[in-house]
Design a protein around this ligand. Structure first.
Ligand code: B1M
Length: 210
């Protein structure tokens, strides 16, 4: 499979071609993880660099993200296929003010594939919405994603909202996203930080086993 070509189609925002190539790749038994890493995620890294250097602007970035999401939709059933009995329940979302969802979707898919029942609140999620959903579904874990340095501090607000409601100790908090770090997780009293979706699976399994 020509991963470079796939990456170029994502970068150009050609969703139809992305879907076609991902489907063909899977039919030819290419590794879903490799399609994801070498084709789709690689494209977003290039897009991010070009955006930083003012070579492209928000509309192009948005088109690439849409194409990436179209490819991910085809990969999702393969990545989340699991015969495992659920090992816990988690609420996931991108925090208030933040519209980035590709990384959050990936984390959701991988955790689902690891046998965790996932409740996805989407993007721009308020602290109150996290709290309401956690209570409603009886969640074990809350997963917060942020991609902007300006929205990362809202993770602290979410945890504080749970503290204010007197239920903080009932939930494990996992946080992640490009600007987030282990040190930041410690500073806001989150239970753990995961660097990427693969690490998130390991970390979540350990947390839920405690
Ligand atoms: Co935005 N954007 N963006 N953007 N965007 C970044 C994040 C940026 C780094 C680009 C850059 O300047 N190089 C920059 C942030 C700078 C900063 O704050 N430090 C930026 C900016 C500035 C902006 C706007 C402000 C631009 C503007 O309007 N002037 C604006 C903000 C909008 C808002 O949110 N309010 C904006 C808008 C957008 C689009 C809407 C156009 C689009 C998002 C569309 C969408 O998501 N549906 C977009 C995109 C696509 C990007 C880049 C190019 C790609 C992000 C991505 O999907 N990466 C990004 C540059 C970059 O990241 N290189 C950029 C691929 C994805 C697989 O990785 O999301 O990091 P990532 O997720 C990883 C890990 O972080 C981790 O696991 C994932 C998988 O391995 N992870 C977790 C994520 N969440 C986790 C949660 C966990 C654990 C791990 O536990 C719960």
């Amino acid at each position: 499979m020509d991963y470079n070509q796939l990456s170029l189609y994502v970068q150009k925002g050609n969703g139809a071609k992305v879907k076609e190539m991902v489907s063909e790749g899977l039919a030819q038994k290419a590794s879903p993880t490799e399609i994801l890493n070498a084709g789709l995620i690689e494209a977003m890294a290039v897009i991010g660099e070009k955006f930083k250097n003012n070579e492209i602007y928000v509309p192009e970035m948005l088109m690439a993200a849409k194409a990436m999401n179209q490819g991910m939709q085809i990969l999702e059933p393969v990545l989340t296929a699991t015969g495992v009995k659920p090992i816990g329940k988690a609420v996931i979302g991108t925090v208030k003010g933040d519209l980035h969802d590709i990384g959050k979707n990936l984390v959701r898919m991988m955790l689902k594939g690891a046998g965790i029942e996932m409740y996805d609140l989407g993007i721009d999620v308020s602290a109150q919405a996290f709290l309401d959903k956690a209570k409603e579904v009886g969640a074990d874990m809350i997963c917060l994603s942020a991609l902007l340095t300006t929205t990362m501090p809202y993770m602290d607000s979410v945890i504080k909202e749970f503290e204010k409601a007197g239920v903080r100790s009932q939930y494990k908090f996992m946080i992640g996203g490009a600007p987030v770090s282990e040190a930041y997780a410690k500073s806001i009293n989150a239970d753990c930080y995961a660097d990427d979706a693969v690490v998130a699976v390991d970390v979540a399994k350990k947390l839920l086993a405690k």
